[in-house]
Design a protein around this ligand. Structure first.
Ligand code: GAR
Length: 198
């Protein structure tokens, strides 16, 4: 069996990337192997996490680069990537990109889609919006990526309780620990199975 080749796209701290690396170590991800981490920010701590795990890294910056997406596509193709995971990747991808890798791109979003999602809902803003609305339950979603921001088919979701004195930061941490870091590796395994080569 030849495992699916996985690339993870990141922009920041990379705790979800770390969850994927740890899940691979524990055999939760067994049908694929993380072979590449791409960041659009050169100072993203996620790059250090990848390097510590011995995974190849690349930085492709968006600012001032009209070929941003095409540069990423070329890299993913030259590395024979089968599955692409957006793990805290803070760029919206065009239809050209998403169609190039149809049914191969997953994203983790820190709410129960269709709540608190779409353009402008990313990172802490999502949890601020959930607290402002006053929901008592939130969570995380892993979904396929298509041309609609946060609009692709849902793969897994997990609910998380909102508590009385939550701040956006406290809620973000609970959603990560109780949902994102669990369902993202599970979803990556589910999708990687489709791209195993015999
Ligand atoms: C995570 O909470 C992720 O779900 C969110 O950003 C954070 C990145 O943290 N992504 C989005 O909001 C995408 N719309 P990480 O870099 O520590 O994984």
């Amino acid at each position: 069996m030849v495992k699916a080749r996985i690339a993870v796209l990141v922009s920041g701290g990379g705790t979800n990337l770390q969850a994927l690396i740890d899940a691979q170590g524990k055999g939760i991800i067994k049908s694929g192997e993380i072979v590449l981490v791409v960041s659009n920010k050169k100072d993203a701590y996620a790059l250090t996490r990848a390097q510590n795990a011995g995974i190849k890294t690349a930085v492709i910056e968006k600012k001032g680069n009209p070929d941003f997406e095409n540069d990423i596509i070329a890299l993913l193709k030259s590395d024979g990537i089968d599955v692409i995971v957006l793990a805290g990747f803070m760029c919206i991808l065009s239809e050209h990109f998403t169609k190039t890798f149809e049914n191969r791109i997953l994203n983790v979003h820190p709410s129960l889609i269709p709540s608190f999602c779409g353009e402008g809902f990313y990172g802490l803003h999502v949890h601020e919006a959930a607290l402002n609305y006053g929901v008592k339950v939130t969570g995380a979603t892993v979904h396929f990526v298509n041309e609609i921001p946060d609009g692709g088919k849902i793969i897994l979701q997990k609910a998380v309780e909102v508590k009385e004195d939550d701040t956006p930061e406290i809620l973000q941490k609970r959603v990560m620990e109780q949902a994102e870091w669990i369902i993202l590796p599970q979803a990556v395994e589910i999708v990687s199975k489709n791209y195993i080569k015999e």
